[in-house]
Design a protein around this ligand. Structure first.
Ligand SMILES: *Cc1c(COP(=O)(O)O)cnc(C)c1O
Length: 417
């Protein structure tokens, strides 16, 4: 009876927080402070030795806090709680998803290296990999969900940079098409190519699924990253990001973060703590709603195609196999092609009454947008066409409203098309 382990959702209200250190307050207060008092100089010395990696922490040592760019209770407790969902050893919270993505990529690559990435990726990530990394002498190669192991290896061989590969960056399901890539396949590729001098790390953007519906660390990834602005924050009232993985890798990520100074502030950490308490119940409701919305869209005469994980069938072959292997839910993100192109898509978006016309996703309210001219407008045109991100596509993030109201709204807006 004593070896019971609580589920993550049962621990989100209490894990890592000691009320006795905060006047018994049931909730963790906001530690809105820049710096922390040391009891004595020897303590300050000891805390810095460990924080700057000069020595390992002793087994029985209780480390204190130093300065809010290095650590803060609102960040540390949130990091500990977030780690539970993915079974990660540690996490690093950033002031945005892009902060987490850029810091992870910068920490694990150096000039001359090659990054392999799945396409499409989030517009900001695409920009960072293809336009910012080259300034630091880091090249990249993109691969589509249609390329299998042999095709990817051939592509690497042809590039003449195979031995320079140091990072594989994956986004699955991909925004906005819900296309999937096989994390395990990229693990095999990494293990086949890596060497003593050139380790290869795999990072997966799990924003679309998580952290409840997919666990990349258990599927072969070294690190998982989130735009915590989306499901984790879940209320459209904050911007944040996270990177999770082994203690060893997170030490490096946090070290980099200390000097980039892009950690989240105490207030963001506190808001995330509030959000984590309802994470699972929100996501479950969103997935249930999405199923009903997808059913409605599937049968609508003005809708040409629906991009929804729940629509995958055995006849979809590899996409279906990857889905079965990696995803625990159909998710709550739906894209669909409206007959009539951009004009029809815009008419639909402008006619919505309940659903808000905005980018971002994973929030309590349903949001819709037009990827080709908004979130993905910066992605190369030909690539967009090849990936089905065309003028007729609308993306909807399903919220926690009553499903019949969401469907009513979609129905009346489609009538105006
Ligand atoms: C929003 C988003 C990001 C970027 O996160 P920010 O918090 O906006 O910096 C990265 N990846 C995906 C899949 C996203 O949806």
């Amino acid at each position: 009876m004593n070896d019971h382990t609580f589920s993550p959702e049962s621990q989100m209200m209490s894990f890592g927080y000691k009320p006795e250190l905060s006047e018994g307050s049931i909730k963790c207060p906001i530690f809105q402070t820049s710096t922390f008092c040391f009891k004595k100089a020897e303590d300050g010395k000891a805390f810095f030795e460990v924080a700057y990696g000069k020595r390992e922490k002793n087994a029985d040592e209780e480390l204190g806090l130093i300065y809010s760019r290095l650590n803060n209770p609102n960040l540390q407790i949130t990091e500990n709680r977030l780690s539970l969902w993915d079974g990660a050893e540690d996490a690093a919270i950033f002031e945005s998803g892009m902060g987490a993505i850029s810091s992870m990529l910068m920490e694990f690559t150096k000039p001359g290296d090659l990054v392999l990435y799945s396409m499409p990726v989030y517009g900001g990530t695409d920009h960072f990999i293809t336009k910012v990394l080259p300034k630091f002498g880091i090249q990249s190669i993109g691969v589509t969900p249609f390329e299998d192991k042999t095709a990817v290896l051939e592509k690497l061989e042809k590039s003449g940079m195979k031995d320079k590969l140091s990072f594989i960056y994956l986004e699955t399901p991909a925004n906005p098409t819900n296309s999937l890539v096989d994390i395990g396949m990229f693990r095999e590729i990494a293990d086949q190519i890596k060497s003593e001098e050139q380790p290869i790390y795999i990072g997966v953007d799990n924003t679309y699924m998580g952290p409840v519906w997919q666990h990349p660390l258990q599927l072969g990834a070294d690190m998982v990253i989130y735009s915590a602005t989306k499901y984790i924050g879940g209320h459209s009232d904050l911007v944040a990001g996270a990177c999770l993985g082994s203690a060893e890798l997170m030490k490096r990520v946090k070290g980099f973060r200390t000097f980039m100074g892009n950690m989240a502030g105490p207030h963001t950490g506190w808001l995330l703590m509030r959000s984590l308490e309802t994470l699972k119940i929100r996501m479950e409701k969103q997935a249930l709603n999405a199923e009903l919305v997808a059913q409605f869209l599937n049968d609508h005469p003005k809708v040409e195609k629906v991009y929804y994980l729940g629509n995958l069938k055995e006849s979809d072959g590899r996409q279906y196999e990857i889905f079965k292997k990696q995803c625990l839910s159909n998710g709550a993100m739906i894209s669909f092609d409206i007959k009539g192109g951009e004009k029809a898509a815009f008419r639909f978006l402008n006619a919505m009454k309940l659903i808000k016309l905005a980018v971002s996703l994973g929030s309590t309210e349903s949001l819709a947008e037009h990827p080709a001219t908004m979130t993905h407008s910066d992605v190369d045109y030909d690539l967009r066409q090849a990936m089905s991100i065309t003028e007729k596509m609308v993306r909807i993030s399903i919220g926690v409203e009553d499903a019949k109201d969401i469907i009513w709204d979609i129905n009346q807006a489609l009538e105006k098309v």
